[in-house]
Design a protein around this ligand. Structure first.
Ligand code: ADP
Length: 374
């Protein structure tokens, strides 16, 4: 049972070429038993932040506390954390059994018999009980991943830290291990921080997601929140696949204008935009599933042309163009169109997002909610 409190954590790396700020005043409170995912593109500071929690990187400034104890200067093995790495980091010359028991022998005063029992119980939980006498080189990637996770579990840590643990697995196995890790976390209720660049992983596994870019938090919230109410255009673009449609628009008296369409706003939305926007350069966003295909009778549809229809099984994705603008639209799998066909689109106002052209902030979120603290 543990909480993690990260306050204004800051990390810079200095070299002859200059200084890089890898983590920029990040504050996050991880609740007891929570599964929190840190997600962001490569180089956004995810691993550095995780390694700061683990004690594998010094903290330039700020504090990290586990259960109200500041751990900035506490050695990694004394923090009560267990980490699972992307490359598994198993000892190649040791059997699975030894890999799993080694840490316990070093850091606990459990008897050999107690360690044996704990290792075997964990191995059963991970479905690797038949592999205990094998060496890592004789195991598949998925099996090595299980051993690495089992090795973390067997220590019964206060906190699990996962650094892209599924990245080296093929797609099917990744999906399987995703649900397996969720099952284990629900069973053990151990506070977990999970780092990934894969937004699908973040969306499907987490209680809460923190989105990082260039070392700074862009938003923190439940998967539902960051999907439905992205704080800014970066989050809107990063979360969701295929990505949200974005159109640069000008704003003129209650209408969005660009080369491909004019879009009239209701008085209420127009007023909210006028109040919040700092300039007339805005970006209109709408998710592929929220664009409606007009039935032909609608006068104010935006006429586009089908470039490609992609079959995804239960859904189809239409990739459409009008002049320079491109659209992605999700339709049911039963809906078919021919390439080149003209299709009229409608943008229901309740589903549009509007981002400030300079700051990227979501102007339709209520004031104060645009950049949420973690
Ligand atoms: P992510 O995990 O999101 O890919 P990282 O935390 O690995 O990002 O890196 C964040 C930034 O810090 C990057 O610009 C990276 O190049 C830099 N960085 C990471 N580790 C070091 C290091 N040991 N020395 C210098 N720069 C580093």
């Amino acid at each position: 049972m543990s909480t993690i409190n990260i306050e204004d954590a800051y990390k810079e790396y200095s070299s002859d070429e200059g200084t890089i700020v890898a983590v920029d005043e990040v504050s996050i409170e991880v609740e007891d038993g929570e599964f929190l995912t840190i997600v962001g593109p490569s180089g956004s500071g995810k691993s550095t932040l995780l390694r700061m929690i683990a004690g594998l990187e010094d903290i330039t400034d700020g504090t990290i506390s586990i259960d109200d104890n500041v751990v900035n200067d506490v050695a990694p093995q004394r923090r009560g954390v267990a980490m699972v790495f992307q490359n598994y980091a198993l000892y190649p010359h040791m059997s699975v059994r030894k890999n799993m028991s080694y840490g316990l022998k070093l850091t606990s005063d459990l008897s050999s018999e107690e360690i044996r029992k704990r290792v075997e119980k964990t191995a059963t939980m991970m479905g690797i009980e038949d592999l205990l006498e094998k060496k890592p080189s004789n195991l598949s990637g998925g099996q090595q991943q299980r051993v690495a996770t089992g090795r973390a579990i067997v220590r019964q840590p206060d906190v699990f830290l996962f650094d892209e643990p599924l990245s080296n697995l093929d797609a099917k196995l990744r999906l399987h291990m995703r649900t397996e890790l969720q099952r284990i976390q629900e069973e053990l209720e151990t506070t977990s921080v999970y780092v990934t660049h894969d937004q699908t992983e973040a969306m499907t596994m987490s209680d809460r997601i923190v989105i990082l870019d260039q070392g700074e938090i862009q938003q923190a919230g439940t998967p539902e929140e960051v999907y439905a109410e992205p704080a800014n255009q970066f989050v809107a673009d990063f979360i969701g696949s295929p990505s949200m449609n974005f159109f640069e628009v000008g704003y003129e008296n209650g209408t969005f204008v660009n080369d491909a369409f004019d879009y009239d706003l209701s008085d209420e939305i127009a007023m909210r935009i006028e109040r919040a926007a700092e300039s007339d350069d805005l970006t209109l966003g709408i998710r592929p599933e929220h664009v409606d295909v007009a039935d032909g009778k609608t006068a104010n549809g935006i006429t586009t042309y089908l470039d490609v229809l992609e079959h995804e099984g239960s859904d189809n994705y239409l990739y459409l163009t009008k002049g320079e603008t491109e659209w992605t639209v999700r339709v049911p799998g039963s809906v078919r169109y021919e390439a080149g066909e003209s299709i009229d689109l409608l943008l229901p106002e309740e589903h549009i997002h509007v981002f400030d052209g300079s700051t990227g902030e979501n102007l339709l979120l209520q004031e104060g909610r645009r950049t949420k603290p973690a």
